[in-house]
Design a protein around this ligand. Sequence first.
Ligand code: PFF
Length: 456
Amino acid sequence: MSEVVKREKWGSKIGFILAAAGSAIGLGNIWKFPYIAGDNGGAAFVFIYLISILVIGLPVLIAEVLIGRTTSLNPVGAFRKLSHGSKFWTAVGGMGVLAGFLILSYYAVVAGWSLGYIVESIKGVFFEFKTPAEAGHYFNSLISNVWWIVGYFALFMALSMFVVIFGVQKGIEKGSKILMPLLFVLMLVLVIRGLTLDGASEGMKFLWYPDWSAVTGETILLALGQAFFTLSLGMGAMLTYGSYMSKSDNIPVSAFEIVTLDTLIALLAGIAIFTAVFATGLRPDSGPGLIFYTLPIVFTKMPGGYIFSILFFILLSIAALTSAISLLEVITAYFVDEKGWSRKKAVLVFGTVTFIIGIPSALSYNVLADVHIFGRNFFDTVDFLSANILLPLGGLLIALFVGYFWKTENALSALKEGAESFFGKYGWFAVYWKIFIKYFAPVLIAIVFLKSIGII
Ligand code: PFF
C-alpha cells in the first residue's frame, strides 16, 4: 500500500536534525538525567554516561536511521522488507510500535505535570513553601487530583496530535524548527542564571569532579539504560524519522550531530539545575522529585526566580512535546504505511487510544493508588515494561539484525550512500561502527536487559 500514496520526505537536512534531536531531547535529559546523576555521584556518572553514548548510543542510532532510510518504511514494514518477509523480524518491528504506544501513554502523563507546573509557576504558588518537603506535599496534592492529572494529560496529547496531524514537513519539521531554537535559548538563559548565582561553583564541582566511590555496577547499568532512552533508541522512533530521509543525506554526520545536541542539552540541564540547587543550599539527591520538589524551592530563593520558574517549565514542556510527537509518529506511520489509513484518521484514532491506555497510569497516583502489579503501581509497571524491557530488547534485536542477519558489510554499503566523501576521509569510522554494532552493543545491551529482568 505504501506505493499508492507518495511518502513525504524532510524538507531540509536541518529539518531532520532538529526533529531527531527534538525526539532525543526530552524528559530524559531535563528530568531523568539530572536526578540520576544527582543520586549517583555526579561527575563519575556523567563520565560513564558519555562512554555509554559512544559505545552503544551512536552505533545503534546509526543502525536505526539506516534501516529507516534504506526501506522508507515504518518499523514493521522496514523489518519485513529487509528480512524478506521473516515473521520473526517483522514482529520485532511490531514490538517497536507497541513500545511506542506504551511509552507515550505514560510519558504524556509526566509531560502533563510539566504543563500544569507552567500554570502553577505563573500563579506563584512556589513562594508559599519553605522546604522541598512542603513543595513535595503540594505536588502530591496536585497529582492526587484526578481532574488535574487527567486534564493536563489530555491537553498534552491534544498538542502532540495537533503537530503530527500536519504531517512530516508541515507538522513535525516546522514544529521542531520553531520549538528547538526556543528550547536552546531558554536553556542558555537558565544556564547563565545558574552560573551567575553566588555559590554556583559547588554545583559545577559536583558535575565535573568525579567521586568514584559512588560508582557501582548499578551505576554503569543506569548509565547504559539512560544512554538508550535519551537517544530514543530501541523502538523505531529514529528508524521512522530516518525513513523520511533521502539517499543523499549523510547518516554518520547527522547521527553525530543529534548525539552532540542531545548530550549538550543534558549537560546544560545539569549545569542549570545543580548550580541553582547548590547555590541555594539544597541537596542534589532527591530522586525523581528533583525538578518538582527541589527546584520550585530553588526558584523561590534566587533573584528573578518567579520568571525563571515559568521559563523552566515551558522549556520542559517543549522538550517533552518534541519527543512525544516522535512516539506518535511511529504509530501513525505504521497505520498509514501498512493499513493505508489517512494520516488524520491514524492520528485521531491512535492518539485517542493512547490517551485511553494512559488513563490507568494517570490514575496511579489517586484512584488506583492501591493497585499494584508485582509490587509496582500501574504507572511504574508501564514505565518498567517499556523503558527497561522493550527498549533494551528492541535495541539488542536491532543490533543483532544489522550485525548478523542483514550483515554489517551490506549495512555498511547502504551507510556509505550519501557519505562517500566522509568515509573517504574517515575510513576508521567504518571499523568503529562495525565492531561496536556487532560485538559491543549487543553484549552490553544484553547485560542491561538481563539485569533489568532480574536474571543477573
Ligand atoms: N528520548 C526521549 C527523552 O529523552 O525524553 C524519550 C523517548 C522518546 C524515548 C522517543 C523513546 C522514544 F522513542
